[in-house]
Design a protein around this ligand. Structure first.
Ligand code: SF4
Length: 328
């Protein structure tokens, strides 16, 4: 939760006397990468394979607990994978060294690395091979960023903010990729700074379409809603970014993991209550939060979204830009 406070309209009027609506953003909830990972794991569990993932499969505790009950164990490092277990590589991917070591030990692998993450690995690898200094726009300690750095033999520069880009001293030829769940504005701002600090710059926009779809739909809804709820795990980077984006509009925004966290005082005077959710949030969790809001406010819950508006990320078009800054 970013801020406590009453809804933007701030009326003392009781919610039951107003037409209150709960509106769900397009593309809220599971993305294609998470859906694929769950499908791979559930199919393997159904065949009775003992499975082990390096870290929780997705950033949703309830789903992880359910999968644990069905036979998916979670380990921190490859050494903890037990004989006979199949290693599940999460959507975040892993450094190439991990898959090499698993193969060397004869550990069977189910690779659920998301295709958008795989693309970022490939672009970073190709840039390094072509002699560029690889800069990654992303969170330094995020597993996805560690996986990208692990696909490049040379040392990478990881930049989280434009200020860090201002302070860095890159080489003359810079190649940029992004952690898939970064915001487009942070990516653009950092690329803009780097362009002033090198002789040649190639930037591959490896942001994932599903993330961009969620972020722009959440932004649109937050701009018209009186209150926003963002449903998803507190460890989920893409969920936290949705919270930031919604809160930046000035609309009171609350991050909840489940329905019990919603408080009636958040909705005083609100007519339009927006709901969005991170890419690891199951549809039933979003529906449970909407139901709870309806109970607290007497709101009407909007109709379910059509399938075309649920997952997003339908193609993987990539904006790649190159420039040679003048005067550099
Ligand atoms: S958020 Fe994007 S990159 Fe991450 S798993 Fe989903 S589709 Fe893939």
């Amino acid at each position: 939760m970013l801020s406590e406070g009453s809804a933007r309209t701030g009326s003392a009027e009781g919610p039951s006397s107003r037409a209150v609506r709960v509106l769900r953003a397009d593309f809220a909830g599971f993305c294609p990468g998470v859906e694929r990972a769950l499908a791979l794991v559930e199919a393997a569990l159904a065949q009775g394979h003992p499975l082990c993932s390096l870290g929780p499969l997705i950033h949703n505790d309830q789903v992880v607990r359910r999968l644990a009950d069905e036979g998916l164990r979670c380990a921190d490092v490859l050494d903890d994978v037990r004989p006979g277990e199949t290693l599940v590589v999460r959507t975040h991917g892993v450094p190439a060294s991990v898959t090499r070591q698993a193969a060397a030990r004869g550990v069977r692998v189910i690779d659920a690395t998301c295709r958008f993450v795989r693309r970022a690995h490939q672009r970073a690898h190709d840039l390094a091979e072509a002699g560029y200094q690889v800069c990654i726009v992303g969170d330094r300690d995020h597993p996805e960023v560690l996986g990208i750095t692990g696909s490049v033999s040379a040392e990478c520069l990881v930049l989280e903010t434009p200020e860090q880009a201002e302070a860095c001293a890159p080489g003359p030829r810079v190649g940029v990729v992004a952690q898939t769940t970064q915001t487009a504005s942070n990516y653009r701002d950092i690329v803009g700074v780097l362009a002033t600090k090198c002789r040649e710059l190639v930037a591959h926009n490896t942001l994932c379409n599903a993330t961009a779809d969620r972020q722009s739909a959440a932004l649109r809804l937050a701009q018209s809603a009186d209150v926003m709820l963002v449903v998803g795990g507190r460890h989920s980077a893409n969920t936290r970014r949705l919270v930031e984006i919604c809160a930046a509009t000035g609309t009171p925004t609350y991050h909840v993991e489940g329905p019990d966290e919603a408080k009636s005082e958040w909705f005083v005077g609100a007519r339009a209550i927006g709901v969005t959710a991170g890419a690891s949030t199951p549809n039933e969790h979003i529906a449970a939060v909407e139901q709870r809001v309806a109970e607290l406010t007497g709101a009407m819950v909007g109709p379910p979204r059509p399938a075309s508006a649920r997952t997003g990320g339908g193609d993987d078009d990539e904006g790649a830009a190159g420039c040679t800054p003048s005067g550099a």
